[in-house]
Design a protein around this ligand. Sequence first.
Ligand code: IVH
Length: 664
Amino acid sequence: MLNSKKEYNALVEEIIEHDRRYFDEAKPLISDYEYDQKKRQLLDYEKAHPDQIHPNSPTQRIAESVTEGFQQREHLVPMYSLANTYSEEEVADFLKRVKKLYGKKELAYCCELKMDGTAISLLYEHGKLRCATTRGNGRVGDDVTANIKTIKSVPLQLSGHFPDVMEIRGEVYLNLATFRAINAAREEEGLETFANPRNAAAGSLKLLDPREVAKRRLNLVTYGIAEGQAHLATQHEVHAYLKTLGLPTAKSEHLAVVHDLAGIMKFAHKIQAQRDELPFEIDGIVVKVDELKIHSALGHTGKTPRYAIAYKFAPEQAHTRVNDIVVQVGRSGVLTPVAELEPVFLAGSTISRATLHNQEEVARKDIRIGDFVTIEKGGDVIPKVVQVDLTKRPAHSHPWHMPTHCPICKTPVVHRPGEVAVRCPSSTCAGQRVRRIIYFASKHAMDIEHMGEKVVEQLVEKGLIFRISDIYLLDADKLARLDNFKEKSIQNLLTSIEASRTCPLSRFLMGLGIKSVGIETAEAIAEHASDIHLLLSMKAEDFLGIEGIGEKTARMIAEFFADAGNREEIRLLLAHGVKPQKPAAKKIAGHPFAGKTFVLTGVLARHSRDQATALIKERGGKVSGSVSKNTDYLLVGDEPGSKYDKAKELGIPILSEEDFENRL
Ligand code: IVH
């Protein structure tokens, strides 16, 4: 409760600062839940004292701003936000309000998931994707079309029947697994991690290089039509219709049409029970009046429409004590502080550790050994510390500092300018070696079952392996020296090591742990280079131009393969019988391109020649160098050559890049 204008004004300032951190820096200091509580206090005070509303109050504007580097575009229909609540009573109030405004008639409500991503508006003209725009200030947003086109499920051409102009609304989000992989890679590179999948999705959408965006593997789900739904009667039909257009929509079990509060709560409880198992994050459900003509009849208040409300789930939190802060050494030497906690039960499991990310994060939240803290499960597997309870801070506690020496090999640490990470620079550090071997064997890379962290740690500790390639020299006698390793576990591990010898080349590349090479890039490299020996002789400029590889990544890959230590490791792996397999050519059956001969001319805007050729071949087509009467299609880019004239002369169908994409 705010008791004075002074307190109110202070809270206005505080929330403006939280908005700035959230929207401009993507580095929120407090959890969404705490933010919502503060905003609620502000709203309550403004309701009671409308004469005192500060013109800069965050309740008076939509906070997200437009970003430099993008063109601004006006939405055909403004993008509103949703009123939200954490309480069942307020959902009941919403139902009462709607009924009162619209007459007492019994109404139906469409319940949906509240996806925790970032809003997007897609404009289709004559079924073609014209542009994709962020919410921005609600009226005008950033044109992020090129970035949205990196999402595979976004159709460039709608299917079925559609009006000439459609403005479709949806959410761009990241799957949790992808989010974790992005953060893990960022931690290794010494970059700041994203606070949650939503920040990561929003940040990715605003990257200026679509090739970088493609690596983030964004997803889309659509849930509304702002323009072009005149022929539909209900919100639940909207979902079904969006699906017929080929747009990604919510699964049917994540939608429900209900008629009262009990129905809404039943859906909410069902979803809440599944929440931890969903592959993406949600922060609640959205309840919308089902009948569409009521939407416009109800209108909106300020920036939120009256036809819908978000019923948000409070995050599951727990309170516990920080028993110690230890430092882990990553495979590239990055030191990560980790809180060892008094074990506590949270969201289905017992938690005894929380990542503290980096020293800046520890300093910002001033987390100290002995502190009582609130922990919360976000998108990360490991929960995070949200807040310190200062009232319980023990006397004589000290701020925590990063050690000056590597906790494993005792080498003095280094802090490169411009990076948040502190690193152990030693190339022989045992800590890094262990992490590299763990990574090599992990699910992300070679996927050697039964070779988890604990096993690798013991193998290194007992001197049974020293480097990655030593894995392939392990035998039953050596494994028998591990704790609790009997015949069965020895056999299991040897079998999975054996199976990994014929791994796909992409996984082998992942296993090597080349900086900034994720699975997508590894697959693209493997597609391009027929075998590992070829890679060893490639220069930076040879990597440049492979799908998704920019200058910086190309340089890093080339440096990796030029390094004598890395070359020796690869030589040993091959000598010990690892045989990375070239990917089998992908085939898409029954495609209209099958058996057709294409000729390419001019410069394509969105595909390299290699990519276009691969897309045609995957579909069973052929690419030829010159136009003849046997040519089925000419694919033309900018500034086409004489092939264009020849094809016209012979009456050969000519495809623009857009026609080509639509037919893919
Ligand atoms: S309807 C007028 N439906 O939540 C409101 N929004 O807090 C139009 N969101 O900006 C949005 N899931 O980014 C709607 N099933 C859903 C949603 C959803 C997530 C997001 C959306 C919106 C924000 C409002």
